[in-house]
Design a protein around this ligand. Structure first.
Ligand SMILES: [Zn+2]
Length: 95
């Protein structure tokens, strides 16, 4: 592991547990629009970002759309520095 942080924006939605080699989905879900939310908690094997993306893609459509947007913003990073700093805040708050 180097100190370089090039992790995918999927880590806004997942927390990797090295002891079990599983990544847990932390997307807030509710049974209906008005109901209380709880953490999805789905466990996915490994920490392959491309693999993990498939879960929100089918289960959390709005989060997935947001994720795709984040990835696109990342690619064109320099264009919108405000978006980048917003992302950093989000990542830090999960620790
Ligand atoms: Zn989930």
């Amino acid at each position: 592991m180097s100190g370089r942080k090039t992790e995918s924006p999927v880590w806004s939605y997942f927390a990797y547990d090295p002891s079990t080699d599983k990544s847990r989905c932390s997307v807030a879900v509710s049974n209906d629009d008005e109901g209380p939310t709880h953490e999805c908690g789905a466990l996915l094997n490994g920490k392959n970002a491309t693999n993990l993306r498939n879960h929100p893609r089918y289960k959390h459509r709005s989060e997935y759309d947001e994720l795709v947007t984040l990835e696109q913003k990342r690619t064109e990073q320099k264009e919108e520095p405000w978006r980048q700093s917003q992302l950093n805040v989000k990542v830090c708050s999960t620790y």
